[in-house]
Design a protein around this ligand. Structure first.
Ligand SMILES: [Zn+2]
Length: 271
């Protein structure tokens, strides 16, 4: 900032030293105008986000399955798709009450939506976050968050861009820290992982399809493992799903606060 000011004063001083060139100072002032305006906007954004009272943060909630990947996991009589849907509805209700605009990738539990389409819905909504809800069934237990650490390629499209990877990593760790605290005693917290560790990701260059097409920060949450009887006990009840939804709501609200602080940066990068 001080550097810009110094440059500006130097230019103005330079102009005063050339009294004969009447038109030049005007051109230089006009040249400086966008810099001053952009600088002013950045400062305003830092202290006043949202920009207008009507602007709400947008979050895209993606209840996993059915998609081209599968209809979803099931174990011990529990169907992943159904749990994803129920938690998504609760989460939407909680976030909406906090003034967050929620966009869903499906309009009904059984609606088939490809993973590419899910990402495109999130992109189109200009969401701050693309949060993808799943349940694992892999013989483990607890919750795990995944993010894309690098770009992949599918259907002739490469993505996500490096910036989206970096922001997704930040989002995953921030959400994880809140979930860890809120779900302590309810669900085991596994370390944050990358898309490379997922079954689908490992078969297509280490990136999930939803991540390849995402142009906004994306995090996939395996909320529990259906093969764990401990996890089943929690997630099979309305009260248990509510605990998970409340934890996700608080984690996402924390992420929104983070994004408010970084709004000028995120906006300038188009994420
Ligand atoms: Zn799944």
């Amino acid at each position: 900032m001080s550097h810009t000011k110094a440059d500006s004063s130097m230019k103005l001083t330079g102009e005063h030293l050339k009294p004969m060139q009447i038109k030049k100072p005007k051109i230089k002032s006009i040249t400086l105008l966008p810099i001053v305006l952009i600088g002013g906007c950045i400062l305003l954004n830092r202290v006043a986000y949202p920009l207008s009272p009507n602007e709400k943060p947008v979050v895209c909630i993606d209840p996993g399955h059915p998609s081209e990947t599968s209809a979803g996991a099931s174990d011990n009589g529990l169907v992943e798709r159904h749990i994803n849907w129920l938690v998504a509805l609760k989460l939407r209700s909680l976030l909406t009450k906090q003034g967050v605009k929620c966009v869903m990738t499906k309009s009904s539990e059984m609606e088939f939506v490809t993973n590419r389409r899910r990402a495109e819905i999130a992109n189109k909504a200009h969401a701050l976050l693309f949060i993808r809800l799943h349940c694992d069934a892999a013989g483990g237990n607890g919750f795990t968050l995944y993010y894309p650490s690098h770009s992949g390629r599918k259907y002739g499209v490469s993505g996500p861009p490096p910036l989206v990877c970096r922001e997704s990593e930040k989002a995953a760790h921030l959400l994880d820290s809140v979930l860890k605290a809120k779900l302590q005693g309810f669900l085991h917290a596994n370390p944050v992982r990358t898309d490379d560790s997922t079954f689908v990701g490992s078969h297509q260059g280490g990136v999930l399809t939803g991540s390849i097409f995402a142009r906004i920060p994306t995090v996939l949450v395996e909320m529990c493992d259906l093969t764990s009887r401990h996890d089943d006990k929690l997630i099979s009840t309305n009260a248990g799903r509510k605990i998970v939804a409340i934890a996700l709501d608080q984690a996402i609200e924390r992420y929104i606060e983070y994004r408010k602080l970084h709004a000028p940066y995120a906006r300038s990068k188009g994420i």
